[in-house]
Design a protein around this ligand. Structure first.
Ligand SMILES: Nc1ncnc2c1ncn2[C@@H]1O[C@H](COP(=O)(O)OP(=O)(O)OP(=O)(O)O)[C@@H](O)[C@H]1O
Length: 248
């Protein structure tokens, strides 16, 4: 098991303004699993992802990553954890506009003081894997949304993280590009045996998962196991049937 959340609670604010964003969540994820987190707006999806990525700490409970309790870590240690173990992909790509695709992908290794030439070679092979070899010298503004997200995926994978966290990675893309991006993410994570956790509102995206976790009011309301190698359309239908009742 690569990740375990034990009785995790997150409370924001105080008194009348208090919001319980996560309420005693328990979760386990295995190496190589591809998991989606769904739920209505405000159900706690982003909060959960941020905890798992070490961007925030729970009010109570524990998060264990490969057996290490990250909730006990100080900020400096957490920053190292994030840099070495976690890859992040966001809805808005978050590429640096003045850097080329290749420079954006290289950056996490340079920040980690790795050899520049090796970083460049690694970036080039990742950009080839995501289908952007010919565009590696383009700036983000010269790339389509789907291409920018491919660069962001390559950037997230360059440090060989054991967990890849994606918050609405297809939220800014049209449906056809979204499908290409989620298929790429799944293939890359599968090839590299990484655990991938995707927050999404879209059943067409969640349909590619091994497991879908549905949050409601900060609690896990339902877990659906899918055969992600089977007919994706069948998975979409199954999810839509369940979500019609759950996501009101
Ligand atoms: N920094 C914060 N301060 C106060 N309340 C917060 C904070 N962050 C999140 N919340 C609240 O916690 C709850 C869960 O928020 P979260 O962003 O995790 O939901 P979500 O499921 O990701 O929503 P969405 O789908 O709209 O992005 C919401 O009620 C939200 O208003």
């Amino acid at each position: 098991m690569v990740l375990k959340a034990k009785d995790v609670t997150v409370v924001f604010g105080q008194g009348e303004n208090q919001v319980v964003a996560l309420n005693r969540v328990n979760l386990e994820m295995n190496k190589g699993e591809f998991v989606s987190i769904m739920g209505a707006s405000g159900s706690g999806k982003t909060t959960l992802l941020q905890l798992l990525g070490g961007l925030d700490q729970p009010t109570s409970g524990e998060i264990l990553v490969s057996g290490t309790n990250i909730t006990k870590m100080k900020e400096k240690e957490l920053a190292i954890y994030r840099r070495k173990k976690i890859g992040f992909v966001f809805q808005q790509f978050n590429l640096i506009p003045v850097l080329t695709a290749e420079e954006n992908v290289t950056l996490p290794l340079l920040i980690d003081k790795k050899n520049a030439r090796i970083a460049q070679q690694k970036a080039q092979s990742l950009l080839e894997l995501v289908g952007l070899k010919e565009r590696r010298h383009h700036f983000p503004s010269q790339l389509s949304g789907g291409q920018q997200q491919r660069v962001a995926i390559a950037r997230a994978l360059i440090t060989e993280p054991s967990i890849l966290l994606a918050d609405e990675p297809t939220g800014a893309l049209d449906s056809e590009t979204s499908r290409d991006v989620i298929q790429l993410l799944k293939k890359m994570c599968g090839d590299l045996e990484q655990t991938c956790i995707v927050v999404t509102h879209d059943p067409f995206i969640a349909a590619y998962s091994d497991r879908v976790i549905i949050l409601a009011d900060g609690m896990i309301q339902n877990e659906i196991h899918l055969d992600s190698h089977s007919d994706i359309e069948k998975n979409v239908e199954q999810l839509q049937r369940i979500l019609v009742h759950r996501l009101r």
